[in-house]
Design a protein around this ligand. Sequence first.
Ligand code: ZN
Length: 315
Amino acid sequence: MKDYVIGLDLGGTNIRAAAVTREGEILHRVKIPTEVPKGRKRVIANILKVIETIRQELKGFKLSAIGMGIPGIIFFDKGIVAQSPNFPDWIDFNLGERMSKDLDVPFYIDNDANLAAVGEGWIGAGKDFNSFCMFTLGTGVGGGIVLNKNIWRGEYGMAGELGHITIYPDGHLCNCGNRGCLEQYASATGIVRMAKEKSQIPRPTIVSAPKSQITANTIYQSAKKGDTYSLEIFQKMGRILGIGIADIVNILNIELFIIGGGVADAWDYFAPSTIEEIGKRTYRVTGERVKVIKAKLGDDAGIFGAAYVAINELS
Ligand SMILES: [Zn+2]
């Protein structure tokens, strides 16, 4: 009987999942609401429902393993959610153990940004490279470091927190406790904050909406129309991303940087500043060879990464 694995992406709004073959082919997809406000039991019941729905759909196939990505601090080896921004009451929660009560197949969890990098490395923008870093620019900034085809999780799973590279020593306070983290400037949240701060300066701009209505998308739409005020915000954001990348280049001599997440849609407005900044802050011999490219798998990167981790643990 042909087998498959399930890759799950546990988001704050939706649980997205797919049945994936060892070759990376998607057999079936399911998406249902996570229902976070209804509590932990309901979220777990929903995860199990997704798995059961896929099993029912693929009765002629054998489910071999399951992988799932979750935002936050995840201890892969132990299956523990140490802390997750989407699930505030999941503190040191042994989700792996909890799920194994109801499942007869191995169940693995990892940080969602790590898994996005794994997915891009498997069948996406990083597939022809041994080593690369991926930045996921969304509400926050996630990171993943792939070294010699393996995700680098660090000593206990905390590696790849690229969003918390310090850019400004006395900058904006970050949720992690540090000040001036890259995430505070290169995420959708950071872009909105910079726009609101900047709008103290009276000057003509297309971003004329009341401050409370400014979103990353309105700034993006204004940039598209050539609004210099919005373009400057993306240039600043791009520069900050470039500083972070240059630091990594200087430490690890990595050539490929993959940029994903919703903010990557504004590529044309921030990427030139990113590339310029990398050139300024690295040795010529390394900086010249750096490639900064867009992610290819979109929202599916995490699902493919979760599936790949499940497959990898089987072999
Ligand atoms: Zn931080």
